[in-house]
Each structure stands twice: as structure tokens, then as C-alpha cells.
Design a protein around this ligand. Sequence first.
Ligand code: NDP
Ligand code: BG6
Length: 513
Amino acid sequence: GSMPITIPTGPPLTPAEEAGQGVFINEGAESTVTITVVGASGDLAKKKIFPALFALYYEGCLPKHFTIYGYARSKMTDAELRNIISGKLTCRIDKSENCGDKTEEFLQRCFYHSGQYKSEDDFRELDKKLKEHETGRVANRLFYLSIPPNVFVDVARCASCSSSSANGWTRVIVEKPFGRDSESSAELTKGLKQYLSEEQIYRIDHYLGKELVENLSVLRFSNLVFEPLWSRQYIRNVQLIFSEDFGTEGRGGYFDNYGIIRDIMQNHLLQILALFAMETPVSLDGEDIRNEKVKVLRSMMPLQLENIVIGQYKSHVKGGVTYPGYTDDKTVPKNSLTPTFAAAALFIDNSRWDGVPFLMKAGKALHNRRTEIRVQFRHVPGNLYKKKFGTDLDRATNELVIRVQPDEAIYLKINNKIPGLGMRLDRSNLNLHYAARYSGEIPDAYERLLLDAIEGERRLFIRSDELDAAWSLFTPMLKELESKKVAPELYPYGSRGPVGAHYLAAKYNVRWG
Ligand code: NDP
Ligand code: BG6
């Protein structure tokens, strides 16, 4: 199919890269891409990566010559891998359509190679197999590291030493977590950079691939009516809210070593904040955007412990059903202080945002599932209609809500007159509700990101200096929380979270939306 051609940016390309880059978009071109999913037996591969690759294939977005390899230690045949994959593929494009033929075609291009993560020999065997599919073509290779972080560097070493492309590009997508503080993150970066250049590393934050997060810049920079209001002059506070209505079920082992601040705030919410608050980039070029994100991250004030509230969910019985507490998970220590909820007030020390609280709230096992950006505007100075609002003037200010998920929407709360002869005021929404405005399903974030990695577009991936800035902001506070053994406030599974979050907001005259 026809695709918009993305011009890769960054440092000059090597001749080999030049030969491979972008050419695959041209149907007749003799280049090929192999995508190796390392950790193919795992949860993320099954749940997200293979289905996203299939959706890209279905929509005609994958290059003509492509091959997919699963790599992991588990012993499996190609047929067994195909069987696992096919159980997870859905036809998001058109539910009524039969994906049958496409599914079969796709599966025929999926293969499996079993090997160790530390063995260059095993990766050499993989290399041989990849070559069989690449005959005579410029061979581009993408590796997706869907494995635990303790083997990231081993795989980077083996892949770069034994199975990087001889005449095309080699790129590596790395999943989070990128360390657990400044030091471990720097160590990981150092480890990866022994074998890969920064240009080859694609650090994924899948929130950047979400439709409404991508739309944030369009909203800001291509509408006259928002950007002039985007500052301390008009904005009273900004809220970044992530909530899930389920606990850490099944991932307690991973989670206990990280906690919600590292799992959600330091990456997903902070990335949204950076896009929200950055200055206008010079262009849409990936480097220009990332430069602005780093700048705003580096302008943030150190996080104070008094501006943080942490919580942990406890078991709760509702309608005869017992919902387990966090520490009821067998893989979690009984005395764990790991937060499953956190709220924080952050500040940006620059002329645009001086004094504006950016409030973050993230939690598991809460009463609903949603991710939202809420922008609360200031009062109308000398509002003529003050009396008509009664005492609730506080609630009558404008608010812009960007609902990232579920049920994507962007709406602006405004005040209007209730029709009739009297003069009574009402609050209404000017609403861009995606389901009503657009038919067709919104692609999964992983589709966007995989496509970008194949095209060499790094705009939505995290650059190493961005990562450093994000960790610098959170590391001292995390260390303080841990050294002081701050106990999380317990909240019942399925509740609205600890009341501490409300006091924190109230301190800044804010009500959570
Ligand atoms: P898994 O725990 O399922 O691990 C993936 C594969 O890695 C496993 O199938 C296993 O394959 C191998 N593996 C597991 N444990 C070890 C170990 N201790 N040493 C070496 N290999 C091991 O992880 P996920 O698929 O859930 O996640 C993959 C990556 O993505 C992780 O970095 C995770 O943090 C990240 N991530 C996951 C999300 C999710 O929803 N699952 C969300 C966001 C990020 P085998 O034994 O066959 O070699
Ligand atoms: C992951 C976190 O990065 O994001 C998980 O590790 C969380 O804890 C997940 O559940 C949420 O992603 P999404 O796309 O389902 O909102």
C-alpha cells in the first residue's frame, strides 16, 4: 500500500544505512527487514508485539520482504510459535471481516529459534537462519528486547556481535524498565553503548504511541486557541491521572522491586508532562522535539518529600467477593512498603510555568481505569456572572480534559446559559468524542512504535539524555522514601485511593478532576 515516507533524521547515515533506509517502502525495492522478537515466549510478545505486527501486516504497512523471528530459551517449533501467535491475533481493522487468509499468510512468515541470551554462538545460528530469508537483498534487522532487564546487555552484545546486518541497518528496541534509579540507568546505558550506538537504540515508552498523546502536539501547535493560553497566565494547574481497576496480579515479583512511581510516573506520566509543557520545537524532527523535552525536564524543581503521597492497596470484600491486597500476592513480601499508588506535586522552574502545580496521580486497584490530562484554567477576572454561579465559582472555571483512555476524547468544559427566559447558568462540554467522530478502531500504541522503528523515526522513543533527566528528577526522592522507610497509606482494593492525595491537592488549592 502507499505509505507516507518518513525521512529519517539524526547523524549522517552510513553507506549501508543509506542503502537500506526507506527503500523498502518502494514495492519493487530489493531490501528486506527481519524483526526478531527476543523473549518471544513471554507475556508482552504474545499480548502486544505479535498482534501489533499482524495489524501492521494486515494494513499493508510492513515492507514487502519481511520475516519475523521469535527467539527465547524455551524449546518450540515454528508451528508451536505460530499456534501461540494465532490465538492472540484479532481483526481490529474490521471485526466483520474474515482475517483468515491474512492470518495464514502472516503466520507463514513467522519462525522461531531457540537459544540462550548470553550465547554469541546461538545468535550466530540465528544469523544463519536470517540470511536464508535475506538472499541478495539489503538486509535490515530490528531486534525487540522483550525480556527482563538483567539480560538486556547480554542480548545487545550477542545481537551486535553475531547477528547484526552486514549491509543494512540494525536497530534494537529496548523495553522498560531502564534501570531503577540514576545510577543503574546510567550503567545500563553504558552497557548498551558498548555494543550499540545511540542511533541504534530505541527505548520504548508505549504511552508515547497512544493516539491522544500523539495528538497533544497537534492540539497545541496547530490550533490558534490553545497555545496562547498555555502558561501560568491562564492555567491554574495541570493534572496527570493514571488509574487502573486491577492490582498487580501476576506481576507482583517485578512490581515489588519498582513500585508505581518507577512503573508509571517516572516514564509514562512524565513523558506526557514533557510533551504538554515543552516549548515549541524548531520542527517536527525527532531531535528537535526531544531537545525541547529534555529542556523542560531539566527545568523541573527537585521533588520534595512533602509533595508526595504514597499508598498501597489492601484486600477488600465486596458483594461476597474478596479482592486480594497487594501483599497477599505470594511473590510479594508480607512487609513490603512498595507503593501501588502515588500522588505528587511537581513544579517547572521556567517563565512559562513558574508556580503552576503539575499534579500526578497513579494507582493500581482503584475504582476505575482511565488515563487523563486535565487542565484547569483560572477564574475569569471580574466575572460579570459571578452571582449567577452562586458559591460554586470554584467549579465554574474552564477545564480542558484529554482522555487518553478508555473511550478517547478531548473536551472543554464551558459555562453557558440554560435556554429560557430566566438567566441560569450551566456547565457543558464541547466534546470531541473519538468514537462518535471516527469510525474504525484506534491502532494499538505498539503498532505506531514498531512502524516508526522500522522507518527509523525516533521522535517517539526516549533519548538517553531525556532518560537521565527523568531519573535525576525522581531518584533523590525515591531514595529518601526508601531510606526513611515511609509507610504507604493503605486503601481498599477498588476505592478512590488514600485520602492523603486530596490533602496534597488541597494544599495547592486544587480539586482532583
Ligand atoms: P516475561 O517475564 O514474560 O519474560 C519474557 C521472556 O523472557 C520469558 O518468556 C522467558 O523466556 C524470558 N525470561 C523470563 N525470566 C527470565 C530470567 N530471569 N532470565 C532470563 N530470561 C528470562 O516478561 P514480559 O513479556 O512480561 O515483559 C518483557 C519486557 O517488557 C520486560 O522488560 C518487562 O518489564 C517489559 N514490559 C512488560 C509489560 C507487560 O505488560 N508484560 C508492559 C511493559 C513493559 P524463556 O524462558 O523462553 O527464555
Ligand atoms: C506498563 C506498566 O508500562 O503499563 C503496567 O508496567 C501498566 O503496570 C501498563 O499496567 C499500562 O499500560 P496500558 O497501555 O494498558 O495503559
